[in-house]
Design a protein around this ligand. Structure first.
Ligand SMILES: O=C(CO)[C@H](O)[C@H](O)COP(=O)(O)O
Length: 224
């Protein structure tokens, strides 16, 4: 896997042709697939569930599927997504009554576990679970919809999260989600992110490869 991971969010894909869309974006160079689960309760939108994840596996998708649960309560969805073939399962700490238990359920099921932070959710939830997570996801928009603008204050929060992760000594990815494009991806990487969710910036264009290539070019400039 690349050091920098590009994770197209299928929230902006054509759901009528989802299998084909996922094949195309992976063929175009995406590393993993970001899978947004919204329940019209925790967030004001309704999307897709474990049956769709399972269908993508049945379709032949072997890339990691990064399931972002925007649901409340969290726990009763975890088993279904483990069974459906999720690779990562992340959830919002304020949506779980028992954060430690939810993380453990994910890892016990053989998946990688992560916590997601809304723009105004403090990072202190991380303090007692650094050894139980594989991913920290910072939302750079308020969750619920694709196509919103990146909230600039996320850059400081990324720097704060990067310092916490580095100090922990654990192997934890730092993902960012919302308003990511070729234009800001380098600045976001410089703030500490290593995993980039992009929905409308990729699926909103006809040539997925050219967008992903241009994101990789921007990221290469950060590494130098
Ligand atoms: O989780 C999400 C919204 O809750 C989406 O993944 C996110 O907003 C990506 O969309 P875009 O890149 O178009 O901003």
């Amino acid at each position: 896997m690349n050091d920098f991971i590009i994770a197209p969010s299928i929230l902006s894909a054509d759901f009528a042709r989802l299998g084909e869309e996922v094949d195309n974006v992976l063929e175009a160079g995406a590393d993993i697939i970001h899978f947004d689960v919204m329940d019209n309760h925790y967030v004001p939108n309704l999307t897709i569930g474990p049956m769709v994840c399972k269908a993508l596996r049945k379709h032949g998708v072997t890339a990691d599927i990064d399931v972002h649960l925007m649901v409340k309560p969290v726990d009763r969805m975890i088993g279904d997504f483990i069974e459906a073939g999720a690779s990562f399962i992340t959830f919002h700490p304020e949506a779980s009554e028992h954060i430690d238990r939810s993380l453990q359920m994910i890892r016990d099921g053989g998946c990688k576990a992560g916590l997601v932070f809304n723009p105004a959710t403090p990072l202190h939830y991380l303090k007692h679970v650094m050894d139980k997570i594989d991913m920290v996801l910072l939302m750079s928009v308020n969750p619920g919809f694709g196509g919103q603008s990146f909230i600039p204050g996320t850059l400081d929060k990324l720097r704060e999260a990067r310092a916490l992760i580095d100090a922990s000594g654990y192997d934890i990815r730092l993902e960012v989600d919302g308003g990511v494009s070729e234009k800001n991806i380098a600045e976001i990487a410089r703030a500490g992110a290593d995993t980039f969710v992009a929905g409308s910036a990729i699926f909103g264009k006809s040539d997925y490869k050219s967008v992903i290539d241009s994101m990789r070019k921007e990221l290469a400039s950060v590494r130098q």
